[in-house]
Design a protein around this ligand. Structure first.
Ligand SMILES: NC(=O)c1ccc[n+]([C@@H]2O[C@H](COP(=O)([O-])OP(=O)(O)OC[C@H]3O[C@@H](n4cnc5c(N)ncnc54)[C@H](OP(=O)(O)O)[C@@H]3O)[C@@H](O)[C@H]2O)c1
Length: 298
């Protein structure tokens, strides 16, 4: 069967939001026996109907799996679930694919180790419906031996990208990617609100907005040129200068105000340009905003 691992080891999934349910279904489709646990048991119904086992307690869930994947809103939820069951952790392998900060993740890795568990952290870099597809990838960090032991089964969820032994690294990269993602989504809604605030149909605006997002890779290319600029902290170019883009940033604030929509996001963007111009980067390429965002002084 395509996608089936040679060792269909039992896997536990704790947390059955959209992401946890997608991961459990993907593992089951590949032939793994899957045990699930969720604070709200009713969310397990479809998986149980498809053959998953619903553990009565978190301790039973951890005991049932060769590894336990956690898919929760944050790491606090992991502690809410497992702090009363730490006796079940000795010898277990936890793979926490929930979002949190690098520091909280490092503390959790130490907590798990203190209870005799092996611990990997990670971040799924695609929306739940894309889990298990060729486009999916997942960041991991933590002990390499633990990662390699479980790489085949983790690979069913999406291509694993291992970032080293520090458990905080996968969160750092996850949050950095989500900074790109969440800011782009807020930008999309900002534009939509400006158009609809003026009384125009948002449905006509959105396809053009998606073209604008798609033009960003075309503008940046493979990313090598931009990486070179950011690495050398030199920003040549006259196509999209800070002063030109900064004038537009001011116009976006004014137009947001005149269409009666929130100006918080456009003012943050304008602030990047203003501070870059003040620091003497007006004639540089737009990427010189990096000097403002990095905040360090060379
Ligand atoms: N959804 C996506 O497309 C997506 C994409 C990439 C990454 N992620 C990440 O994957 C993780 C899970 O995402 P999701 O969309 O499935 O999240 P979600 O819908 O918020 O589900 C969160 C899960 O956490 C549980 N939970 C939250 N607080 C809890 C607590 N205090 N005690 C016990 N259980 C608690 C919920 O239990 P109940 O069911 O009882 O509420 C539920 O099982 C998140 O860290 C998210 O950032 C999600």
């Amino acid at each position: 069967m395509p996608g089936m691992t040679s060792d269909p080891a039992p896997v536990t999934v704790i947390g059955l939001g959209p992401m946890g349910r997608a991961m459990a279904a993907t593992l089951m489709a590949a032939g793994h026996p899957v045990t699930v646990w969720n604070r709200t048991p009713g969310r397990a119904a479809d998986l149980v109907a498809a053959g998953a086992a619903l553990a009565p307690t978190p301790a039973d869930a951890v005991a049932a799996g060769r590894l336990t994947i956690l898919s929760l809103t944050d790491y606090r939820a992991m502690h809410d679930i497992l702090d009363a069951s730490t006796g079940a952790l000795a010898g277990a392998t936890l793979v926490n694919l929930s979002s949190d900060t690098p520091d909280v993740t490092r503390e959790a890795a130490a907590w798990a180790a203190g209870h005799g568990a092996r611990f990997l952290s990670g971040g799924v870099m695609v929306p739940a419906p894309m889990v298990g597809t060729a486009a999916a990838y997942v960041y991991y960090s933590g002990p390499e031996r633990v990662f390699r032991d479980h790489e085949p089964v983790l690979g069913l969820l999406g291509a694993p990208r291992y970032l080293g032994e520090d458990p905080g690294q996968s969160q750092l990269w996850y949050q950095a990617q989500l900074a790109v993602f969440l800011t782009a989504l807020s930008g999309l809604l900002q534009g939509a609100a400006m158009v609809s605030g003026s009384g125009a149909p948002v449905g006509r605006f959105l396809p053009d907005a998606l073209d604008t997002l798609a033009a960003i890779p075309a503008m940046i290319g493979s990313g090598e040129d931009l990486a070179g600029e950011l690495d050398t902290r030199a920003y040549p170019g006259e196509l999209s200068t800070v002063s030109m883009m900064g004038a537009t940033a001011e116009h976006i604030v004014a137009t947001s105000g005149s269409t009666g929509v929130d100006t918080e996001l456009p003012r943050a963007v304008r602030s990047h340009y203003e501070r870059a111009i003040t620091a003497g980067h007006g004639k540089d390429n737009w990427a010189a905003l990096y000097e403002v965002i990095r905040r360090d002084r060379r």
